[in-house]
Design a protein around this ligand. Structure first.
Ligand SMILES: Nc1nc2c(ncn2[C@@H]2O[C@H](COP(=O)(O)OP(=O)(O)OP(=O)(O)O)[C@@H](O)[C@H]2O)c(=O)[nH]1
Ligand SMILES: [Mg+2]
Length: 334
């Protein structure tokens, strides 16, 4: 009989040392695979694996689930993620996770209204923070109201799915949480059933990977810095003449605009440099930006541009850029 790792859901095996699910111990006694063991005990993280096919996950969930919670973290709202959410055909709630990092000046109700209007979302929208235990019981209340006993937790990698299940498990059972969580992409490798109480099972699922996002790097120190640790402090750059902004020596922006401003909603640990000269001559993306728009950098966050202008960008994989009407509409979130 096969046995699964409690931490990531993968089937345990003791034959292939380099393969997923490897466990050096006698499998009948083991609870975790070697990879989870290293993450849990040594905080040692390898950028591990190929993601499970998102279409397969969605088709399993659509076939099996009676209710789905789909997590998106605030910095990662974009059309690619929303279109995956829309592929879920079961009753569902969109959860904006990690709301503890959303700057306090931003009204959550405005973001809900925006999502409903701009992304045409008719489903429930709920803001939660597993870290600050905000709105966790609302999840259980929704399921009680819907009279549903099993719900699937879905979303892109690092949205906080496993952390949420662990937080609910600890809240309702008083036992210590068990699923492995980390900021490395694809921590959860397969479906994991967790009984929250006699009447409720939550199913963790492997996260999807964004096409070409920053997460597909094996630079661990960069991955660590992508994740805001606290309330995000937006950083504004005033632009009165030709200006260049450089994010982590990976994304270069050129803006030639007067009395404009660009506000960065990115982890404050990312390195951003401003200059008035640049050795970069060829920019591979030219964006015509309308008044009060957001330039989304998938996997990282977004930049609010106040006035209509042209922004040129140089980066590897220009598909990670998307432009939208500002998520703060006309009031800049205040
Ligand atoms: N600030 C904050 N960070 C969170 C919260 N929930 C999760 N995180 C962090 O987000 C990172 C990813 O969390 P996971 O729970 O492993 O994410 P996941 O969605 O299960 O990811 P995969 O298993 O890769 O699909 C970890 O570093 C968590 O500490 C939250 O409510 N607030
Ligand atoms: Mg997980």
């Amino acid at each position: 009989m096969t046995k699964k790792c409690l931490g990531c859901g993968i089937t345990l095996q003791s034959i292939n040392k380099l393969g997923l699910g490897y466990c050096p111990k006698n499998i009948s006694e083991a609870l975790y695979c070697e990879r989870c063991f290293k993450i849990i005990h040594y905080n040692k993280i390898d950028v591990a694996t190929l993601p499970k096919d998102s279409n397969k996950i969605i088709s399993i969930v659509n076939k099996k689930a009676l209710y789905t919670f789909f997590l998106i973290d605030f910095l990662n709202i974009n059309s690619e993620i929303i279109s995956k959410f829309k592929e879920i055909t079961t009753p569902k709630t969109l959860i904006i996770s990690k709301c503890d990092v959303i700057p306090k000046s931003i009204k959550l109700s405005k973001i809900s209204n925006y999502l409903q209007k701009e992304y045409d979302i008719a489903d429930n929208i709920l803001f939660i923070s597993s870290k600050k235990a905000k709105n966790l019981s609302r999840i259980v209340n929704i399921l009680e109201k819907e009279k549903v006993k099993t719900a699937y937790i879905m979303g892109f990698t690092n949205a906080g799915k496993s952390t949420l299940i662990n937080a609910l498990y600890e809240k309702y059972t008083s036992y210590k949480s068990r699923i492995t969580t980390s900021l490395i992409p694809n921590t959860t490798l397969d479906f994991i059933n967790v009984n929250i109480n006699d009447d409720l099972t939550l199913v963790d699922t492997p996260g999807f990977i964004l096409n070409n996002s920053f997460y597909q790097t094996d630079d661990i120190s960069l991955i660590k810095r992508i994740e805001p640790k606290n309330y995000l402090k937006p950083i504004t750059y005033q632009c009165n003449k030709l200006m260049y902004l450089n994010i982590e020596d990976k994304i270069f922006l050129k803006i030639n605009s007067k009395s404009n401003s660009l506000t960065f909603y990115l982890s404050n640990e990312l390195k951003i440099k401003k200059s008035f000269k640049s050795s970069i001559k060829d920019f591979n993306l030219k964006l015509e930006i309308d008044d009060n728009s957001d330039i989304i950098i998938k996997g990282l966050g977004f930049i609010n541009v106040k006035k209509a202008t042209i922004v040129e960008i140089m980066l590897e994989g220009p598909e990670i850029i998307e432009v939208r009407k500002s998520i703060f509409e006309d009031d800049k979130g205040k």
